[in-house]
Design a protein around this ligand. Structure first.
Ligand SMILES: NC(=O)c1ccc[n+]([C@@H]2O[C@H](COP(=O)([O-])OP(=O)(O)OC[C@H]3O[C@@H](n4cnc5c(N)ncnc54)[C@H](O)[C@@H]3O)[C@@H](O)[C@H]2O)c1
Length: 251
């Protein structure tokens, strides 16, 4: 029987590439996004447009997934929003919005779909966090707090649900070339060179780099005893404690 993966933020970027990779591997897809998803490239899918911070939409998506496919095997909590703003200039409303999308919504989705996984005694939740969930990065108080929180949620669900056969892990991408990066750079806060000079591997991540790691964590035949990890997919960013001149000496 084909397995079923739910992917949030599936319309573009990392979510879209993850949907393509999983579909190529034979997974049925449930594609969720605020925007409508161009699903013509997929074989077997259910696409629903809606806001994942809305608990009613999340419950409806779980119900429709069960009505259509009768099961769910993987949930990829990928949708997220960026927020580049100094702490003193970040309003409480903006801070709450980022936490709502990046941390509360993955919790709602994990409950709605995790319940179904627990019922069949197997499943995998993959949360898309960030290197910003592992380290501080200036001007990102709300975003970094949301991603640190998502890693905390990952570990907690891993220990609550491990004995029920449901694994919960996170991937922590470095900087990836997507719409999010284009918009952030358009705001003038960093350049390609800032990132490439810092990454030991000297390049941005491609959406495919992240999608392959997500697909590995979804697949219990490959990652069946991996539970509660937060896997950096960052070209060595978080491993690197070098100072800038030392780092550049090795290019
Ligand atoms: N691009 C990067 O450099 C980078 C680095 C580290 C982590 N990440 C994380 O990876 C994930 C995907 O990033 P991306 O670069 O592909 O982003 P993106 O902005 O290109 O795509 C995000 C998608 O999520 C959807 N979305 C946003 N809010 C939503 C909501 N409330 N309900 C439903 N859908 C919603 C958007 O419509 C969009 O299609 C995010 O969680 C992001 O924080 C990205």
């Amino acid at each position: 029987m084909s397995q079923v993966a739910v992917i949030t933020g599936a319309a573009q970027g990392i979510g879209r590439r993850t949907a393509q990779v999983l579909n190529e591997q034979g997974w049925n897809l449930v594609l969720l996004d605020l925007q409508s998803v161009d699903a013509s490239e997929y074989k077997s899918y259910l696409a629903l447009a809606g806001d994942i911070t809305d608990e009613q939409f999340v419950e409806l998506a779980a119900k429709q997934c069960m009505n259509t496919f009768g099961r769910v095997d993987a949930l990829v909590n990928n949708a997220g929003i960026s927020c580049i703003s100094s702490a003193l200039e970040t309003s409480a409303d903006l801070y709450r919005k980022v936490i709502d999308v990046n941390l509360v919504a993955p919790f709602l989705l994990a409950k709605a779909f995790g319940r179904e996984m627990i019922a069949i005694g197997s499943g995998s939740v993959v949360n898309v966090a960030s290197v910003a969930g592992l380290q501080g990065v200036a001007d990102r108080s709300a975003y970094n707090a949301s991603k640190h929180g998502l890693i905390g949620l990952t570990r907690t669900l891993a220990v609550e649900w491990g004995a029920k056969g449901v694994r919960v892990n996170a991937v922590c991408p470095g900087w990836v070339k997507t719409e999010m990066d284009h918009k952030d750079q358009a705001g003038g806060s960093y350049t390609d060179a800032d990132i490439m000079d810092h990454v030991p591997m000297g390049r941005f991540a491609k959406p495919d780099d992240i999608a392959q790691a997500i697909a590995f964590l979804c697949d219990s035949s490959k990652s069946g005893f991996i539970n509660g990890v937060s896997l950096p997919v960052d070209g060595g960013w978080t491993a690197d404690g070098s100072w800038q001149s030392l780092r550049l000496k090795h290019r």
